[in-house]
Write a new protein. Structure first.
Length: 379
C-alpha cells in the first residue's frame, strides 16, 4: 500500500507558468494601450491555447475524457458567473437598448459563444464581454479534445493542416463581421493549430524533430503571416486579427519555437519575488483575464473625472493611467480571485501566490483530477 504521506504533488512546469504569465501581461498591455505591434511581439492567444492543449493531452492520457472535461469546465465557469452577476444587472440598470431575447443570456452561464452585452463607448459591460470570445473558443476546444487527440495521433500532419486549409478557403470571408456563431467558429479554426501543437509537445513529437527544422518551419510560418498583414495593413496598422489565416500562421511560428525550446529556467529559484509574480499571475489567470478590460475602462473614466488626462506630458499620462489601472486590477484580484480557488477545489485564500510549506510539515496531497493544470487562460 502506498504511504500517502510520501506522495508529492507533481512539480509545476515553471516554463509553462512563465509563458502564461508573459501572455497575460501582454494581453493586459495590449488592451490598455491598443498598440497592434504588441500582438506581433508576442502572440499571447496562440501561446495560451498551445499551453492549454498540451495540458489537456496530459490530462486525457491519465483520466477519462468526460472527467477531464468536467474538471476544465468546473474551473472555468464560476469566475464567469461572478462576472455575469455583476455586469448583467449593471447593463440592465444603465438602460440596455436592443437587448437580446432571454435565451441568449444563457451564454453567461455556459459560453458556447460570446455572451451578449450592451454596446457603447466606455460601456463596461461591452468591454467586459469583448474578451469572452476566448472562453467560448477554449470551451469548444476542450469539448472536442477527446476526438481531436485521437485524430491527431492517427494523422498528425493532416490534422494540423486541415484547419489551415479551411481558413485558406475562407480567406475572403469577413469572419469578424459575421454573427456570433460564425465568429466563434472562426476563432476555433484560427487557434486549433496551436492547440494541436500543444498535443505535439505533450507527445514528444516536437523533440524528435531537429531544432534547425523546427526553426525553419517556425520562421516560415511567422514570415507568411507577417507578410500578409504588411501587404494588407488595417486602420490600426499591422493587425493580425482581421486575417484569421495570417493570425494562425504567425501564432504557429511562435508556438513551434517556444515549445521546442522548452528550457528548465532553474535560475528562477534565485529570484523569489519574480517567482511570486509568476505564481500570482498563474493562480489568478482567469480573474485577471476576465476583469482586466473592465478595469481599464473604469480607470479611464476615473482619470477623466479627476482631469488627469489634461496633463501635457504624455509620459505622466501613461504613468498615471498605469498606476490607476494596476491598483484597481490588484483590488479585483484580491477581492474575487478566491473564486478560482473554490473552482479548483482548493481552500480559498486572498493571497494569489502559494504559501511556502515548512520543511517539517507533511506535503499536501494533490487534487484527484487535473492537479497542476491551469485554464489556458487567460488570455
Amino acid at each position: 500500500m502506498v504511504d500517502v504521506l510520501s506522495v508529492k504533488a507533481p512539480a509545476r512546469d515553471r516554463y509553462f507558468d512563465t509563458l502564461r504569465a508573459l501572455a497575460i501581461m501582454r494581453v493586459v498591455a495590449y488592451h490598455a494601450f491598443h498598440y497592434a505591434v504588441l500582438a506581433l511581439l508576442f502572440p499571447s492567444m496562440g501561446v495560451m491555447f498551445a499551453l492549454a492543449g498540451s495540458l489537456m493531452a496530459k490530462s486525457l492520457d491519465r483520466s477519462a475524457g468526460a472527467q477531464v472535461i468536467r474538471g476544465r469546465v468546473r474551473r472555468l465557469l464560476p469566475a464567469l458567473w461572478v462576472m455575469g452577476a455583476v455586469l448583467v444587472p449593471l447593463m440592465l440598470i444603465a438602460g440596455w437598448g436592443h437587448r437580446p431575447a432571454w435565451p441568449d443570456f444563457l451564454l453567461w452561464v455556459v459560453p458556447l459563444a460570446t455572451p451578449p452585452a450592451s454596446h457603447g463607448i466606455g460601456d463596461v459591460g461591452a468591454e467586459g464581454a469583448g474578451v469572452l470570445w476566448y472562453l467560448a473558443t477554449y470551451l469548444w476546444l476542450v469539448l472536442l479534445s477527446p476526438v481531436l487527440l485521437k485524430l491527431y495521433r492517427r494523422q498528425r500532419l493532416l490534422t494540423i493542416a486541415l484547419p489551415l486549409v479551411v481558413l485558406a478557403a475562407l480567406h475572403s470571408v469577413r469572419i469578424a463581421d459575421g454573427n456570433n456563431a460564425v465568429q466563434t467558429a472562426g476563432y476555433v479554426l484560427t487557434f486549433l493549430p496551436c492547440w494541436l501543437l500543444g498535443f505535439a509537445h505533450r507527445d514528444g513529437d516536437l523533440r524528435r524533430i531537429r531544432p534547425v527544422v523546427v526553426a525553419g518551419v517556425a520562421v516560415g510560418c511567422a514570415a507568411l503571416g507577417l507578410g500578409w498583414v504588411v501587404e494588407h495593413p488595417g486602420p490600426g496598422g499591422l493587425d493580425l486579427v482581421p486575417f484569421p489565416l495570417a493570425h494562425a500562421l504567425y501564432s504557429m511560428g511562435f508556438v513551434l519555437a517556444l515549445l521546442r525550446l522548452d528550457p528548465g529556467l532553474a535560475w528562477l529559484n534565485r529570484m523569489p519575488l519574480l517567482q511570486k509574480l509568476v505564481a500570482a499571475l498563474n493562480n489568478r489567470a482567469v480573474t485577471i483575464y476576465l476583469w482586466h478590460n473592465v478595469i481599464i475602462t473604469v480607470a479611464i473614466i476615473v482619470g477623466d473625472r479627476l482631469n488627469l488626462w489634461d496633463v501635457k506630458q504624455g509620459a505622466l499620462i501613461y504613468l498615471g493611467f498605469t498606476c490607476i489601472a494596476l491598483s484597481m486590477l490588484a483590488v479585483a484580484v484580491f477581492a474575487l480571485g478566491w473564486v478560482e480557488d473554490l473552482a479548483a477545489r482548493r481552500p480559498p485564500r486572498l493571497r494569489p501566490w502559494p504559501v511556502r510549506t515548512p520543511k517539517h510539515a507533511a506535503p499536501r496531497l494533490p487534487a484527484p483530477a487535473d492537479r497542476g493544470d491551469r485554464v489556458g487562460a487567460a488570455a
